[in-house]
Design a protein around this ligand. Structure first.
Ligand code: SAH
Length: 190
């Protein structure tokens, strides 16, 4: 099975309702839903596309910015050996941690912090998945991306942002390209 098919399979195995607080009966709909604290669980088809775009290898060390419900975290954790996820809202951090631990995931490390700063002690990361939008690319995240690494990140102000695929080559050179127009909640300033 190729990697795309494999990740699609993991995605199908996930019960999205498990990660939702409200509207559980509508979990099958391909739209974002509120999870409290002004935050949302992302649109599932976008979670899948972004995960495929990240080009995960089984051995990739992945940093996720914005744990939220933990839904994207779960998909990443099925696909790779180790996931590091950072969330700034304590209630969401605690709930996601409990949910994922209860579901049996043992390869996720959680941190309560402002994720704009990444997770320097655990970097560099082979892959970085950002699920809240900063106005510009945060330098700490670029610094924590390993050579040969890839980052998927929505960047921009207001409701519409550019989804960027950022790559760092083996010499440390950064390239970025716009892959889609998206609408994420803002990556907040602490
Ligand atoms: N992947 C999540 C999406 C959650 S929405 C899901 O599918 O459920 C984005 C999340 O980013 C929110 O939980 C929000 O609280 C968090 N966030 C916003 N700004 C942040 C920051 N500066 N540091 C860490 N997390 C942040």
């Amino acid at each position: 099975m190729d990697r795309r098919a494999e990740i699609t399979q993991y995605y199908k195995e996930l019960d999205r309702a498990y990660f939702m607080e409200f509207y559980k009966e509508q979990a099958h709909k391909d739209t974002p839903f509120p999870i409290g604290y002004g935050q949302t669980i992302s649109q599932p088809s976008l979670v899948l596309e972004m995960t495929i775009l990240l080009d995960l290898k089984r051995e990739s060390r992945v940093l996720e910015i914005g744990t939220g419900s933990g839904y994207q975290t779960a998909l990443l954790a099925k696909a790779v050996e180790r996931v590091y996820t950072v969330e700034r809202v304590e209630e969401l951090y605690l709930k996601a941690k409990e949910r994922l631990n209860q579901a049996g995931y043992t390869n996720i490390e959680f941190k309560l912090a402002d994720a704009k700063l990444g997770w320097p002690e655990k970097g560099p990361f082979d892959r970085i998945m950002v699920t809240a939008a900063p106005p510009i690319l945060p330098q700490p995240l670029l610094d924590q991306l390993a050579n040969g690494g890839k980052m998927v990140i929505p960047v921009g102000e207001g409701y519409g942002q550019d989804l960027l695929l950022v790559t760092k080559d083996y010499k440390g050179r950064i390239r970025q390209g716009v892959v889609a127009k998206v609408s994420f909640v803002p990556l907040r300033d602490s």
